[in-house]
Design a protein around this ligand. Structure first.
Ligand code: F6R
Length: 240
């Protein structure tokens, strides 16, 4: 595992975008799994700028959404899909056929998990998996206690995730479960990245960096993932 620290959020975002772009540039049909939430917004901005400047062609990428809240899809303001529509898919007019995303409004969520697991398996693993990190060490919606060998699954959200998750929504929102890619996807990805910024993330980043791989701290799977990166700005890396 490699830890990289950058002076600012802007630099962190640029370097993370560059790492992703470089890793897939010779791939005929890259499968790129991206988190929603606030952390990767700067990376999306870089991707949008590069495409608009004619420096990057993403027409052969397939975008895989990392997770979604149960009961939501892109029509809910603050959902994972809606945020990514706003910051990435719509600015680039990415066609639906290049997007694979959980729809938490459908009754067949297990079938959606099976389908995405099969897609990733057939591809030989994700080319890129960019995740943020929760204050409790979750990645995706893999909460503390999730087995390291899980693929996509339905997750019971931790209390802290339900509380902190309110920040995405315009009003108080009932959250209880989610659908998420698994920790095994992270471990098997060719380029797995945990990205974090801001001083709020400093404690958890230091804890993960110092930890053994242990299921009570999902992000600690990085210690079983030699090709993984932890990319942080100076504030998030201040306790390393
Ligand atoms: C979002 C996701 C979450 C977030 C994490 C950090 O798709 O899976 O695990 O990455 O909670 O959230 P932010 O980036 O808002 O600090």
């Amino acid at each position: 595992m490699t830890i990289q620290t950058y002076a600012t959020y802007e630099e962190l975002s640029r370097k993370t975008a560059d790492l992703i772009i470089e890793s897939v540039k010779d791939k005929p049909n890259p499968l790129v799994c991206l988190a929603s939430g606030h952390t990767p917004i700067g990376v999306f901005k870089c991707l949008v700028e590069d495409v608009k400047a004619g420096k990057l062609d993403i027409s052969n990428w397939t975008f895989v959404g990392l997770d979604e809240w149960n009961g939501m899809n892109g029509t809910t303001k603050g959902s994972c899909r809606q945020m990514m529509d706003e910051d990435l898919f719509e600015p680039l007019s990415i066609p639906e056929k290049q997007i694979v995303f959980f729809d938490g409004t459908q009754p067949n969520v297990q079938a959606q998990c099976d389908e995405v697991n099969e897609l990733i398996h057939q591809h030989g693993g994700l080319d890129v998996m960019l995740v943020g990190i929760g204050l409790n060490g979750h990645i995706g919606m893999n909460e503390p206690g999730t087995a390291f060998d899980t693929f996509a699954h339905i997750s019971q959200l931790a209390e802290e995730t339900i509380t902190v998750g309110q920040k995405y929504f315009p009003g108080e929102t009932k959250l209880s479960t989610g659908i998420t890619m698994g920790l095994k996807h992270f471990q098997e990805a060719r380029l797995p990245i945990i990205m974090a910024n801001g001083e709020k993330k400093a404690d958890i980043i230091a804890k993960v960096a110092a930890s053994q791989p242990i299921e009570s701290l999902p992000a600690s799977i990085v210690h079983m993932t030699p090709q993984a990166y932890i990319m942080v700005d100076r504030a998030a890396g201040s306790l390393l």
